[in-house]
Design a protein around this ligand. Structure first.
Ligand code: GDP
Length: 441
């Protein structure tokens, strides 16, 4: 096949510019990148709000929006136009409406945002777990409407918030949405803020990492522009966009050893026969660098780099990149493998301890360990303790079993050696469903 023709007999020499990448980064005008995941109860207005963000920031052109509006009107759901921007569900397609938009990126003056696994109405929790594993922060959408808020709190809101926290997401922006339906009542906002704060701190979020913005996704109020509704004049804080932009610090470890988990391996064409894509988890790299791919332990040279679709001489942690490689046979590159350097390679391990949130009963049992797209079979070999959600302190040592909703420290063994190190976000599945998610310690 074609791949085999790309023999590595002739080594390519790639010249390095020997850049001081961190210095380049600091003086570059390149926007910081931030990934976030959107969570909340069904119908809280997540899709509408995200559609609004994309539209306001010019990520969707007017013609496309107009097309949606028409398509939506045709089947009598005019107000859904914005939500449809993001709704990638199959329901619409079944009705013969094609929505070909796939964008989930938008930019402000300072930041290039990616909405990771934006919510459709289906399969939401599995999507969200995948999203949460790549998110710098979460946006929690709350329906401020009386009654709806309370039912939301009993529903997915809590489950989602606990899940993203368990996966190591530290910062959460709460969009108190549909404020137009409660006449922008400050009392309502205060009440919601108080209840959600108390719940989020119990779930382990620090108060200083939680913020609240009263808004209306449908009207676009306090999303990218300030609400002009006189009833909302009591609110003088940031708009949602301003809040997202200040959602630093992202824990991007620029000065740590290079780590990048391979998302996809593909053939980039004649010029770039072997390319890999993914997000730089830690460290930095530049054209001409020698990298090591684990677990195969093979080396390769970086021929060229793309950052968010643009050619670049270098890349740093937090950026979504494509690396065009030379001097490696693609059989050594698989999605889920880790790119590092020979000087500080990632260890391959067969057992680890993790702090996880249980979705189902956990006991010593067979499971699949998922990290990004990588998955390997293994088992929970020991329950070390059940833990307090807020403090992480042990509640009960050596439990025989822990129930859904419990946070626990467990020991996991894998059937093969895998490049993994703390703090990696992992998901444990069994029989086709997710049984736990959390952080390798
Ligand atoms: P999702 O399930 O969380 O993605 O919610 P959707 O975005 O599909 O919104 C659910 C419903 O709430 C739709 O009918 C929206 O038009 C409506 N909606 C969303 N945001 C607002 C808002 O800010 N104000 C009002 N009045 N309705 C909204």
């Amino acid at each position: 096949n074609g791949m085999n023709n790309l023999s590595v007999e002739e080594k390519v020499t790639v010249k390095s510019k020997n850049l001081d990448v961190l210095a380049e980064y600091n003086k570059s005008k390149r926007k910081k990148s931030a990934n976030f995941v959107v969570i909340g109860h069904v119908d809280a207005g997540k899709s509408t709000l995200m559609g609004r963000l994309l539209a306001d920031q010019g990520a969707i052109d007017q013609r496309t929006l107009e097309k949606y509006r028409k398509e939506a009107e045709k089947i009598g759901k005019g107000s859904f136009a914005l939500a449809w921007v993001l709704d990638q569900g199959s329901e619409e397609r079944a009705r013969g409406v094609t929505i070909d938009i796939a964008t989930n990126k938008f930019e402000t003056n300072t930041t290039a945002f990616t909405i990771v696994d934006a919510p459709g109405h289906r399969d939401f929790v599995p999507n969200m777990i995948a999203g949460a594993s790549q998110a710098d922060f979460a946006v929690l959408v709350i329906d401020s409407n009386t009654g709806k808020f309370e039912s939301g709190l009993r529903g997915q809101t809590k489950e989602h918030a606990l899940l993203v926290r368990s996966m190591g997401v530290q910062k959460i922006v709460v969009a108190v949405n549909k404020m137009d339906t409660v006449q922008w009542a400050k009392e309502r906002f205060d009440e919601i803020q108080q209840q959600i704060s108390s719940f989020l701190t119990t779930a382990g979020f620090l108060a200083r990492n939680i913020s609240f913005v009263p808004c209306s996704g449908v009207l676009g109020d306090n999303i990218s522009r300030r609400s002009e509704d006189p009833q909302s004049s009591w609110y003088t804080g940031p708009t949602l966009i301003e809040e997202l932009e200040t959602s630093e610090p992202y824990t991007h470890a620029l000065d740590k050893p290079l780590r990048m988990t391979i998302g996809d391996v593909f053939r980039g064409g004649v010029q770039n026969p072997i390319s890999i894509s993914g997000r730089l988890d830690a460290g930095s790299l530049q054209v001409g660098d020698q990298i090591l791919t684990m677990p195969s332990g093979e080396s390769a040279a970086i021929r060229s780099i793309e950052v968010d679709g643009d050619t670049s001489d270098w890349a740093v942690a937090g950026q979504n990149v494509v690396l065009n490689l030379a001097n490696i046979d693609p059989i050594h590159l698989r999605s889920g493998d880790v790119i590092c350097r020979a000087s500080s390679p990632i260890a391959t391990i067969t057992t680890f301890t993790a702090k996880v949130l249980a979705f189902e009963h956990l006991m010593p049992m067979l499971i699949d360990i998922h990290r990004g797209r990588l998955h390997v079979p293994g088992r929970i070999s020991k329950l070390v303790a059940s833990l307090d959600k807020a403090s992480g302190a042990p509640i009960k040592k050596r439990p025989k079993i822990v129930g859904p909703g419990t946070v626990a420290r467990i020991v996991v063994e894998m059937d093969q050696a895998v490049p993994l190190e703390a703090p990696t976000r992992i998901v444990l599945r069994s029989g086709g469903s997710t049984v736990a998610a959390g952080l390798l310690e």
